[in-house]
Design a protein around this ligand. Structure first.
Ligand code: ATP
Ligand code: MG
Length: 275
């Protein structure tokens, strides 16, 4: 399917606030206007150049920060997205935070405490590898807290994100959408390849058995928390190259819309000759 000229990637893959979400109707094999990586490689290269240009301006501009949330089932490619999409950007302007099982200190605080501390400062792009959404995903699926506790968190998260958005944090949230079959292939590949085995955890098989519960939890998280100020994007991710392409497109469109400018230079520089 080709992308109509007037449609941006933000519009195409973004979830409109209030829209119903049915993940089973979204094709994880979608590759947009391309049939193969080979066909897309020129566009990918051009896109990477654009991302580099806009990040350079964004960093120099120093007026806003960009928070990128990555959520997905195991093997969907959170690590790969960070590695490939951010290739070539200035590392000085990027932070990556991975949220694991909370430490005892983190558990002793409210669930947003560790999140707020990691929000990027102005000029920076901050990437969250997992996020506060774990507190309505894994926590909900495993009943780590009662329903009357996790069910209130959607509104709390919306308020928290609104607070950030009103304070110069631009937020993008990506759900990397893969199929159950594709996950099986990727988990098997991890087992078969000695260099990938370190990424395999027996726990992943246990979580895989809860696939439907996770899909229900993701559906609610995306549906209840895709807002004007912090939209969710559902990214077809069975093909890694297309996943990277769409994520990069959404980031570039978002940076472009912000129209970051290099700060004005000092006055009177025209006549200076450096000897
Ligand atoms: P990934 O699987 O994302 O590539 P990893 O394998 O390096 O990361 P893991 O040790 O699997 O890292 O850590 C992530 C684990 O922490 C996941 O199982 C995730 O569900 C869990 N986790 C993250 N946040 C929370 C939370 N708030 N409460 C409970 N568990 C959480
Ligand atoms: Mg893991």
């Amino acid at each position: 399917m080709s992308l109509p000229n007037h449609t941006t990637f933000c519009e195409r893959y973004g979830v409109r606030p209030g829209a119903a979400v049915d993940l089973s109707t979204i094709d994880p094999n979608d590759t947009g206007e391309f049939k193969s990586l080979k066909e897309a490689s020129k566009s990918l290269k051009k896109l990477r150049k654009k991302l580099r240009k806009y990040q350079d301006r964004f960093y120099a501009w120093n007026q806003k920060s960009l928070l990128i949330v990555l959520q997905a089932m195991d093997t969907a490619g959170k690590d790969g997205t960070i590695k490939h999409v951010m290739r070539g950007v200035n590392p000085q302007g990027v932070t990556v935070t991975s949220f694991k099982v909370p430490t005892p200190e983190e558990y002793a605080h409210d669930y947003l405490w560790r999140i707020h501390k990691a929000v990027p400062k102005k000029g920076m792009i901050g990437i969250f590898n997992r996020s506060h959404y774990e507190d309505v995903l894994v926590v909900r699926v495993h009943n780590y807290v009662p329903q009357n506790v996790w069910s209130r968190r959607y509104e709390q998260i919306n308020s928290f994100e609104q607070h950030l958005a009103e304070n110069d944090v631009v937020i993008l949230k990506f759900y990397l959408h893969i199929s159950l079959d594709e996950q099986a292939r990727r988990l098997q590949a991890r087992l078969d390849n000695p260099d990938k085995r370190w990424k395999f955890s027996k726990g992943d098989l246990k979580e895989r058995k809860l696939w439907d519960d996770y899909m229900a939890a993701y559906t609610d998280a995306i549906q209840k928390c895709s807002t004007q100020h912090a939209p969710w994007y559902i990214i077809p991710s069975n093909n890694k190259w297309y996943r990277n392409y769409v994520v990069a497109q959404v980031i570039v469109e978002t940076l472009k819309n912000m129209d970051p400018q290099y700060p004005d230079p000092e006055e009177g520089l025209e006549d200076i000759v450096v000897v």
